[in-house]
Design a protein around this ligand. Structure first.
Ligand SMILES: Nc1ncnc2c1ncn2[C@@H]1O[C@H](COP(=O)(O)OP(=O)(O)OP(=O)(O)O)[C@@H](O)[C@H]1O
Ligand SMILES: [Mg+2]
Length: 240
């Protein structure tokens, strides 16, 4: 099957910083991919390149066979940004409605479905500014999901989300992937990484290792993913 997401010699420079430093990869459809790496390793920049929010310095980003940036292709892409992209003066319901309308969806049932999915059904009329941090995170996810995208980018979706809801989020991501959605999740929470089908370890704009959690642990000869990361990053001697 064709790749859902493709990077070809993808580079993004900010001045002298190579935020994304020559990435080439294919991601197959219907799987959950985890981007893992420390602060500043290029996860958000890579997601912004793949969603077409920023243009590459060189190389190419493709989603569903279409070179990005491409505005019509955004109808097939969902993007939950690291900073919540919601409108504080609107209610929770109006926020989701706004994103739905941007994709030509005027069906309030779809809006309510998205709110229910993130357990905010009873907050439809609440002004977004007065929601808690975790609730705003959940609202952002509802906004990213409401148009039922084929490819979903989630930039640290579970930061500030309580453990119970975190489990529900992941169960939902799995359900979406089983139904064919391709999901890219960034995180530096290694214990979430094992919920991904495949991991891309990032460091200084490069992918330093790729594979399932089990494969990466085995290759590194370590018990946990954190130690595996340090192994691939070439950071000192690591107790396995
Ligand atoms: N708009 C920008 N202008 C200048 N430099 C930027 C910009 N965006 C990112 N960078 C730089 O690019 C590098 C990668 O940043 P990026 O935000 O992609 O990292 P990240 O892996 O998402 O980090 P975090 O885990 O903290 O979210 C960093 O050195 C950052 O300072
Ligand atoms: Mg980031």
């Amino acid at each position: 099957m064709d790749a859902a997401i493709r990077a070809v010699a993808l580079v993004k420079h900010f001045g002298v910083v190579a935020a994304v430093d020559g990435l080439t990869f294919d991601l197959a459809p219907g799987r959950i991919y985890g981007l893992l790496g420390p602060n500043g390793s290029g996860k958000t920049t890579l997601i912004r390149l793949l969603t077409g929010m920023t243009r590459p310095t060189s190389g190419q980003a493709e989603v569903l066979g279409v070179a990005m940036p491409n505005r019509p292709n955004l109808a097939r892409i969902g993007y939950m940004t690291q900073a919540d992209g919601i409108y504080p003066a609107l209610t929770a319901g109006e926020n989701v409605q706004f994103f739905a309308a941007a994709y030509g969806i005027e069906d309030m049932a779809r809006v309510r479905e998205a709110l229910a999915l993130v357990d905010l059904a009873d907050r439809e009329k609440t002004i977004a500014a007065t929601l808690s941090g975790g609730q705003r995170r959940r609202l952002s996810l509802a906004c990213a999901l409401v148009h039922q995208p084929e490819v979903l980018f989630l930039d640290e979706p579970t930061v500030g989300v309580d453990p119970l809801l975190r489990v529900q989020f992941w169960a939902h991501f799995r359900k979406l992937a089983d139904a064919g959605t391709t999901i890219v999740v960034s995180s530096h929470v290694m214990d979430e990484a094992d919920r991904c089908d495949e991991l891309l370890f990032m460091r200084a704009g490069k992918v330093i290792a790729r594979g399932s959690g089990a494969t990466l642990r085995e290759q590194a000869g370590t018990k946990d993913l954190e130690a595996a990361f340090l192994h691939f990053a070439g950071v000192g001697a690591v107790a396995a």
